[in-house]
Design a binder for this molecule. Structure first.
Ligand SMILES: [Fe+2]
Length: 320
């Protein structure tokens, strides 16, 4: 529905020279069993229920801010929408004009009726994923004191059969910067975290995984303990990645959602020199910096390819 003016998007970004996105705010999932999915995310995964509307539950992380994920009753497990935060309503209006000029179909900048409110601009990426840019929504001043809980969303990793088109879109339309490339993927930056999006060239257009940041190594290990108690074993990890230098532990979570606990994500600024495929040649026999991780499980590899992004327009029920 869009794909046309990638070169226009590139020039938009080069002239602006900055990211238009502050952070990954939240991800909206469709789930088959809303009650059980809520129990999983508010139980072993460590989030906190923020709001309920008919057919939907919103959960937040412990680091402050508002919704981290939304769960919505559907007949299959899927990603309904990825939500990014922008600076202000004026910034949304600016993006709206720029996206329209680049030929991208998008909504008007509209008040959001979802918990947290604010203003939103919705559009789709070239693979058809529904995206929301949100601004001026409610944000809690302080987070939950819950120990060792996820503090925030860290990053979203996408499988795509057209990685170059996706790179041009996220760099051009939203101002991300490619910070590192490996043989298997590339990493896109928009704030001090090394990456907020990564793209894996693939023959499917699915979710690779969604990562949640915890407060440190002990918090990751205690999270693993919670998951183990609930019957979920580690699908990959514990290890430390090369690009981003972050600690990781991956799970095939509830309804097979591919999820990651991470910590100690490398903090960078505009002086960070992007790394090429040649820089990130893996050490033979190693799957992480420590050599502790081993290969991913077959179950995780399946989870990292099967969760589709919904083609349906996402309309959340209004907050009561
Ligand atoms: Fe990750």
């Amino acid at each position: 529905m869009m794909n046309k003016p990638v070169t226009k998007m590139k020039s938009m970004q080069e002239s602006a020279g900055r990211a238009f996105v502050f952070s990954l705010r939240s991800v909206q999932f469709g789930v088959v069993d809303l009650a059980a999915a809520t129990d999983f995310f508010s139980g072993p995964w460590g989030l906190e229920v923020l709001a309920r509307t008919p057919g939907s539950v919103y959960l937040r992380a412990a680091g402050g801010g508002d919704c981290a994920i939304g769960l919505h009753q559907r007949d299959k497990t899927e990603v309904l929408r990825a939500d990014f935060r922008a600076a202000s309503r004026a910034a949304l209006e600016e993006r709206h004009a720029a996206l329209r000029a680049a030929g991208v179909q998008c909504s008007e900048v509209e008040p959001l009726s979802e918990p947290g409110g604010g203003y939103g601009l919705t559009f789709r990426d070239p693979d058809g994923r529904s995206l929301l840019l949100v601004a001026e929504d409610a944000q809690e001043a302080t987070g939950s004191p819950r120990r060792d809980a996820p503090l925030k969303l860290s990053h979203l990793v996408l499988n795509s059969p057209q990685p170059q088109v996706l790179e041009d879109f996220y760099a051009g339309a939203l101002g991300f910067r490619v910070v590192d490339r490996t043989r298997k993927m590339f990493f896109l930056n928009c704030n001090s975290d090394h990456h907020t999006i990564a793209v894996v060239p693939s023959d499917v257009t699915t979710l690779h995984h969604l990562a949640f940041e915890l407060g440190g190594f002990d918090a990751v290990m205690r999270g693993i303990g919670r998951m183990r108690d609930a019957g979920y074993s580690i699908g990959w990890g514990v290890g430390r990645h090369g690009p981003g230098n972050n600690i990781f532990a991956y799970f095939s979570g509830y309804e097979g959602l591919p999820l990651e606990y991470t910590a100690e994500v490398q903090q960078i600024d505009e002086t960070y020199a992007p790394g090429s495929v040649e820089k990130w040649v893996p050490t033979p026999g190693r799957n992480d910096q420590w050599g502790a991780a081993g290969p991913p499980s077959d179950e995780l590899k399946k989870a990292e390819h099967r969760v589709m992004f919904s083609a349906e327009p996402f309309a959340a029920p209004a907050a009561s």
